[in-house]
Design a protein around this ligand. Structure first.
Ligand code: IMP
Length: 192
């Protein structure tokens, strides 16, 4: 079975390919020749995930899944949430986003946070969503260089290593996206 994962983020493709059966061939946006930027214009991660999956199905005809992830920080009333990618401004970088987060959290003792991923699957003209959550806390400084995004400042609950200090394999055992992907895979197994 061929399925498009509506992303060009090679870290995400690697994470998901590590988890998914090799009966399912994952294609990236680049693989299908999709060069346009799909604007994540919705106000919730679920609606953004659905928007991207529907865009590929409607414009390219492939069954597709897409993910959207937000980092929800209690001290910031759930922000940056759906705006995690652009927390420090449009065209921001992971470095600048982490810097802004650490700055906003400078005075805070409540460092509880969670990553939430929603995957939207558009298959056989039906849309289904799967959610994965990973609880943890925001560190006072970066630790480790692995992964991407906010990984170096996120300490998952019950662990001593930040996501930035974990291998992909260890991160995948507990992370938000892999939890959502496992639900997706259980569902897709019906088609294999
Ligand atoms: P997206 O929805 O996957 O594009 O993610 C939105 C923002 O959250 C981006 O800034 C990502 O870098 C960040 N993000 C998404 N997934 C992860 C993760 O697994 N670890 C750390 N940051 C992430």
């Amino acid at each position: 079975m061929k399925l498009v994962f509506a992303t060009n983020n090679s870290n995400k493709i690697k994470e998901v390919s590590n988890l998914i059966s090799n009966q399912i061939e994952i294609m990236s946006l680049k693989d299908i020749g999709c060069k346009e930027d799909i604007v994540e214009s919705e106000n919730t991660i679920i609606d953004n995930a659905i928007l991207k999956a529907n865009y590929i199905k409607n414009n390219y005809g492939y069954d597709c899944f897409s993910d959207d992830t937000g980092l929800e920080v209690d001290f910031l009333n759930g922000r940056p949430g759906v705006y995690s990618k652009r927390f420090a401004g449009e065209n921001s970088t992971d470095e600048l986003n982490m810097e802004k987060l650490l700055e906003c959290m400078k005075e805070s003792n409540n460092r509880n946070a969670r990553f939430r991923t929603v995957i939207a699957l558009n298959i056989n003209n039906q849309v289904i969503t799967f959610t994965g959550v990973c609880e943890g806390e925001i560190l006072k400084q970066r630790r480790g260089n692995n992964g991407f995004g906010y990984d170096p400042v996120f300490l998952p609950k019950g662990y001593n290593n930040s996501f930035g200090e974990m291998s992909i394999i260890d991160k995948n055992k507990i992370a938000h996206r892999s939890k959502a992907v496992k639900k997706l895979i259980n569902y897709l197994n019906k088609f294999c």
